[in-house]
Design a binder for this molecule. Sequence first.
Ligand code: F42
Length: 145
Amino acid sequence: MSEYIPSPTDWVAKQVELYESSGGTEGLTLRDTGLPVIIVTNTGRKTGAIRKTPLMRVADGDNYVLVASKGGAPEHPFWYYNLKADPNVEIRDKTELYTMRVREVNDPAERQRLWAIAVEAFPPYQQYQNKTDRLIPVFVAEPVA
Ligand code: F42
């Protein structure tokens, strides 16, 4: 069993702690936006440690869309590289836990469709894309049968 290393970003670590310790009944939204968040448990590609990353909840049927926006920062978040190295994740959506596998969406038509869904769920993603030179990566998480 790997060690869990909380995010070094205090407000993120606190959100994960509240979300998980309440069994998915508290800490469910991003700050004061009222918009829902999921927790993506991933594996640190160097440490092998358990990492828990809150992301906006963007649903496409039974799948989730994961947007590596990092607030429009110039670089990808670390979790992007973790998911590329090991696509097996667990996703908590409120009280539900799902075993899922992710893939980066590279097909332009598929990406465009999923990006539109993401921006509808969380409009600031478009501002984040406008302020950075990188193309913000999009993953789709699919249930493991
Ligand atoms: N971030 C997004 O990108 N998209 C979202 O939709 C989003 C929503 C959201 C909602 C609520 C909330 O609380 C946070 C939200 N965030 C969102 C922020 C998100 O949770 C991450 O904090 C953010 O994307 C930055 O991700 P990060 O993986 O770069 O995290 C940093 C702060 C971090 O944890 N860094 C660690 C550190 O020690 O500096 C390293 C973590 C790590 O994975 N290390 C790897 C390892 O092996 O363990 C090695 C990494 C490497 O390649 O060197």
